[in-house]
Design a protein around this ligand. Structure first.
Ligand code: DHB
Length: 391
């Protein structure tokens, strides 16, 4: 009697397993991609998704015997929505990896879910230094604001810029940019004369620019997130700041390749520091830009697209290294120390911090064949995130 009960229970368990989603998806590998597809940061979502899809189209969706499936969700850049979507993707869809994250608050809101469910969280866009410290499951394929800001603060005083006002969006990446630019400029003998912060949502730059005009520093240093640069640039020019002899210097988020052609002649000559330009003169990048434009009705890739493309590369490589058998921990372990040639140049994942190490370029906006580009004129190689305390 006892034996019969045991047997039927086993049979039941096997049937349950065969029909359960866990068994059915044994051969699939799901990437839950959470991005702002609508609202103020929609260009970030559009660019990252296109980068992910291009990598998948070029490399196929069968990797190490698994069929890679992409599930895209729009968080409208509201972190509470990001968190709910991440939870649903983990619990209901049983995704193997969470990815995307257009802004810092969205990446941070997901960190506890990544930790609790042991799911890798690949941050493809957000760029506050501290993000990778929020969970041991976070790996970053974008960049950090300290990484690019210190390079500009080294360049400026060597080029006649001694006094600088800073203007940043008032949240994580802006505060990082302000702090690391300022500290490095002061160490180099320069001076920050005013530190201004504008709201992330619908900023009105006018009163801040008026203040800068009155201060009359040698330059204004700016960070605003991808998508907000054109408005800043237009107001800077329409207020006659450049004519008054105040130079605009910025992180490359401001002269975003997604918007650069719409910024007007006032953008010409603006010097920025960043990790990616669509004009990066490598063969890998030329092929990337051509393929991206072809797949996206002529849209030019920006740094967000490259974050999505390289983040997908990291996921594919980890899947291969673990021969399709890896859970979250094994996938993250496989990503540590990973290195390859990106459209931006050589990149690697620091095994200690899970953050990206990459070249940072100095660029100047120039007209090339009738279009505006960030033309690279100098490079600092293999820059680690200066925001991480040495361990
Ligand atoms: C972040 C968002 C951006 O659009 C950007 O260009 C840099 C940083 C962020 O929220 O982390």
């Amino acid at each position: 009697m006892k034996k019969r009960v045991f047997l039927s229970a086993t049979a039941l368990a096997v049937t349950a397993l065969a029909t359960s989603p866990v068994f059915a998806q044994d051969n699939t590998f799901k990437i839950g991609l959470i991005l702002p597809m609508t609202g103020q940061q929609a260009s970030t979502g559009r660019q990252v998704e296109a980068g992910v899809r291009l990598y998948m189209a070029q490399n196929g969706d069968m990797v190490a015997g698994k069929k890679v499936e992409l599930i895209v969700k729009d968080d409208t850049s509201q972190p509470d929505v990001t968190k709910r979507l991440a939870q649903e993707l983990v619990v209901n869809d049983k995704v193997n990896v969470l990815a995307g994250f257009g802004i810092t608050p969205s990446a941070l809101a997901t960190a506890p879910i990544a930790t609790q469910s042991r799911t890798p969280e690949i941050v493809m866009a957000a760029a506050t230094s501290s993000i990778t410290e929020a969970s041991p499951y976070i790996v970053r394929s974008s960049f950090t604001l300290p990484q690019v800001s210190v390079v500009l603060a080294d360049w400026a005083p060597k080029h006649g810029i001694k006094t600088v006002d800073t203007l940043v969006s008032d949240y994580g990446p802006g505060i990082d940019a302000e702090k690391y630019f300022r500290e490095r400029l002061i160490a180099n003998g320069g001076k920050v004369t005013e530190s201004l912060r504008v709201p992330l949502r619908s900023p009105d730059f006018a009163p801040f620019l008026q203040k800068v005009r009155d201060d009359h520093p040698d330059a204004l240093f700016v960070f605003v997130p991808s998508g907000a640069g054109a408005a800043l640039m237009k107001q800077f020019v329409s207020r006659g700041m450049d004519k008054a002899g105040i130079k605009l210097i910025a992180t490359g988020d401001v002269t975003d390749d997604d918007q650069l052609n719409d910024m007007g002649d006032g953008a010409l000559g603006v010097v920025t520091s960043h990790h990616y330009s669509a004009a990066h003169p490598s063969e890998t990048n030329k092929q990337f830009v051509a393929a991206f434009e072809k797949a996206n009705k002529g849209m030019r890739p920006n740094f967000m697209a490259v974050g999505g493309y390289d983040g997908t590369h990291l996921i594919y490589d980890a899947l291969k290294k673990t021969q399709g058998q890896g859970g979250g921990e094994a996938l993250v372990a496989a990503m540590k120390g990973e290195s390859f040639e990106s459209p931006r140049g050589p990149i690697r994942i620091d095994p200690q911090t899970r953050d990206i190490v990459q070249n940072v370029y100095l660029r100047k906006v120039e007209r090339v064949n009738g279009q505006f580009y960030n033309v690279e004129f100098d490079v600092v190689k293999d820059v680690k995130d200066p925001g991480k305390a040495p361990k």
